[in-house]
Ligand binder design. Structure first.
Ligand SMILES: CC(C)(COP(=O)(O)OP(=O)(O)OC[C@H]1O[C@@H](n2cnc3c(N)ncnc32)[C@H](O)[C@@H]1OP(=O)(O)O)[C@@H](O)C(=O)NCCC(=O)NCCS
Length: 373
């Protein structure tokens, strides 16, 4: 019997030049640049360029990418109509999955598999993802979508389209950093799903739709929402210990902890912890940060499990005023850059991804006619 690697754990299935993770030392790089450096000095737009083109842009190149992203932010009026007509979802990720799939019907190059057309589709999808999420956020509250503001960067424009108010510079920068931190993470489940779909030479929109369906799960992009729901249920710092002890005694998983690849602190959590604290202070609401800090202490002490990217992003987004059920969609607003970079890399050197399974079912069965069963 061949060795079975359940969950593909520790299996290396391809090479990539986009992103590296050192799970032992807690080091994440995009194209060789440490995530801490990028979080401190870069912008989301610059990171998008880096992921797509493999190097940092020169000023004119960055200006051009910014201009193109701004140009592609608006969505077709038919898409707004669609968002208005779709029934209320049980979870907003259903709407995002449907909307991104529908975008291909309005994309004149949907079936054009040339590199140039695929790069343009990556641009459109990245420009439009935030517009769809913000439009959905408003429509479901009975409000009209707000058109994008070309004078705002990607992060600030998203918060503006969602809330109707341009964020202050500090909040906008924190959100920009959150987008940088979520932009890519090598062969995580949703990126892998996108690459599997792309490896059949299916189109970019299909690959991204697969990724969104995969991101939706609570073990992946749904975790940050669950973290906030837990914090809201606990409500106060003095109730944290009892709540966490009870969940652990019931052998429940605490969302936002543990990781398949990191065996030390997730370097994104290091940045997000500081962000959650700073945003809490800025918005005069540090309760969620303080509760998170206590949960983290307990989890390290009792389970030796570190916080992952989803843990502190929850309390950070909450004080920014982002509705809790939109957290996984925010993940997609950023990760679209990494997904599309991976789809382009997959197309550039494609091999159908098709693993094997060890069959463990019954053998040598004799067919029994239906009237004799
Ligand atoms: C991320 C995750 C799916 C990785 O899973 P994995 O590599 O398959 O590891 P497992 O789920 O098998 O966990 C290994 C052990 O640690 C425990 N564990 C892992 N994460 C845990 C958590 N968040 N809370 C409590 N226990 C946890 C498991 O119960 C298991 O214990 P056991 O061996 O006694 O059964 C897992 O840590 C998890 O479910 N975390 C919560 C969801 C989350 O935050 N996801 C976002 C990831 S960025």
């Amino acid at each position: 019997m061949a060795e079975v690697k359940v969950g593909l754990q520790d299996v290396v299935i391809a090479t990539t030049e986009i992103c590296s993770i050192d799970g032992q030392r807690g080091i994440l790089t995009y194209r060789g640049y440490n995530i801490h450096d990028l979080a401190e000095h870069s912008t989301f737009e610059e990171v998008v360029y880096l992921l797509w083109y493999g190097r940092l842009p020169r000023p004119a190149e960055l200006d051009e990418l910014r201009r193109q992203l701004v140009e592609h932010r608006p969505i077709a009026p038919e898409m707004v109509d669609l968002l208005k007509r779709l029934p209320p979802p049980q979870h907003p990720m259903e709407t995002l999955r449907t909307a991104v799939s529908a975008l291909s019907l309005y994309d004149p190059e949907a079936e054009d598999m040339s590199l140039e057309a695929n790069r343009r589709k990556a641009l459109r999808l990245t420009g439009q993802m935030g517009t769809i999420v913000a439009a959905f956020g408003r429509i479901r509250d009975g409000q009209e979508p707000i058109p994008p503001d070309p004078n705002l960067n990607h992060a600030a424009n998203f918060l503006y389209m969602l809330t109707g108010q341009a964020p202050d510079a500090e909040t906008a920068r924190h959100f920009d950093v959150a987008l940088i931190l979520h932009a890519d993470h090598s062969f995580n489940a949703s990126t892998f799903a996108a690459r599997v779909t792309a490896s059949t030479l299916s189109d970019m929109h299909s690959a991204i739709t697969s990724a969104i369906g995969t991101l939706k799960g609570p073990l992946h992009g749904g975790a940050n929402e669950q973290v906030m729901r837990m914090l809201l249920e606990i409500q106060t710092l003095d109730r944290v210990d009892d709540h966490i002890h009870r969940l652990l005694a019931e052998k429940k998983k605490i969302m936002g902890f543990g990781h398949r690849v990191y065996h030390t602190e997730d370097p994104r959590a290091t940045v997000l912890r500081k962000m959650s604290e700073a945003l809490g202070r800025r918005h005069h609401d540090t309760r969620w940060f303080e509760m998170s800090k206590r949960i983290e202490e307990l989890m390290i002490r009792e389970k030796k499990l570190n916080a992952n990217v989803d843990f502190y992003s929850a309390s950070a987004y909450y004080v920014m005023g982002i509705p809790v059920d939109l957290y996984p969609l925010i993940f997609a607003v950023s990760r679209i850059s990494g997904w599309t970079a991976h789809v382009l890399e997959q197309y550039a050197n494609n091999k159908l991804i098709r693993p094997l399974a060890e069959y463990t079912g019954p053998t040598n069965q004799k067919y029994v006619p239906i009237d004799q069963r």
